[in-house]
Write a protein that binds this ligand. Sequence first.
Ligand code: PMP
Length: 393
Amino acid sequence: MKLLEKFQAMAGVRAELDGLGIRPFGAVTEKILSPTEAIVDGRRVILAGTNNYLGLTFDPECIAAAQRALAEQGTGTTGSRMANGTFAEHVALERELAAFYGRRHAIVFSTGFSATMGMGATLAGSGDVVMLDADSHASIYDGVRLGGAEIIRFRHNDVDNLERKLARLGERAANTLVILEGLYSMLGDIAPLAEIAQLKKKYDFCLMVDEAHSLGVLGERGRGLAEAAGVEEAVDFVVGTFSKSLGSIGGYCVSNHAQLEAIRFSIRSYIFTASPSPAVIASTRVALRLMQERPQLRAQLWHNAERLYAGLQGLGFTLGPQASPVVAVRIEDRETALRWWPQLLEQGIYVNLVVPPASPSAFSLLRCSVSAAHSDDQVDRIIAAFATLRTGA
Ligand code: PMP
């Protein structure tokens, strides 16, 4: 069938990997043992490729709250937020998010993807301009394409490039939505948000920051890069997810703009999808509280991040530009990456394999991420496994 021919290339890649006897995309977790250990494809592994930054997925308080909600409110809401799917707990979580960020308005979405995509699609439409970092997440790209605005990419984390493009827009700069992420999930690098906030004074654009990987990770209170960079005032809309540091699923947007309440009823990914289930909302609310009560989790996360980064750097690997909970090992040729990924797995280390076109450039990545729940010993075992790749031991 002609329509299906375009999937041949992807089928070819799958066949190639099957031939090598590896399953890097869609490996099956047969049993999850803890935030940092699992049985994957029959092997006990240290999980070094999750987004479980604070290690809260097995927290007894989160689990108890979810179990209570399940027993008292059932398995799902069976409706969208705009119909029967807004329970008191969704509203309570929105209040708690707004209070956490010190902002007036918050929306809870069913996933992080639908939050980012929905906000991007709704804020900028025909006649508007979107300027986005070239390495933006798929949800950002998909959203702004749906919105119908003119899309202009600026070079990843390159403030001069952004400014040149803004200057070229003339008066249209004031009709522009600039979108970037706090901490980028591929290389673990951080956006130059303070400089971009400076540009806002000159060009008066609207700024949205996706703090998916920086909630609970950056900032004194865990509010993300905007807090860490001291420029929260400059960020019009913060979007993010519950699926990483909060260990559940769902997304959010917070803002001081009163229009967010009107925007809420224009977002298709909010209106036309079922709201998060009661158990999800219950565990998210507890995780949001624990994140604030336990700053030591963030300190432990950074301790682990720096230990892994220093260890892999010491082995001579090329890493992202700075230590962060995402530590990406850059590999020039795809074949080496495909060979090394199963070697790590054999040694009980599960990391993410990223090959072009999913990687930000022509190179491949063995992307590691750490959790506050990793012990020093586990981090050292990850480093030791990488050491054998170099020596071939
Ligand atoms: N934004 C960014 C930057 C992300 O990395 C992700 C998830 N990888 C999302 C949004 C989507 O979040 P979720 O997986 O919770 O839907």
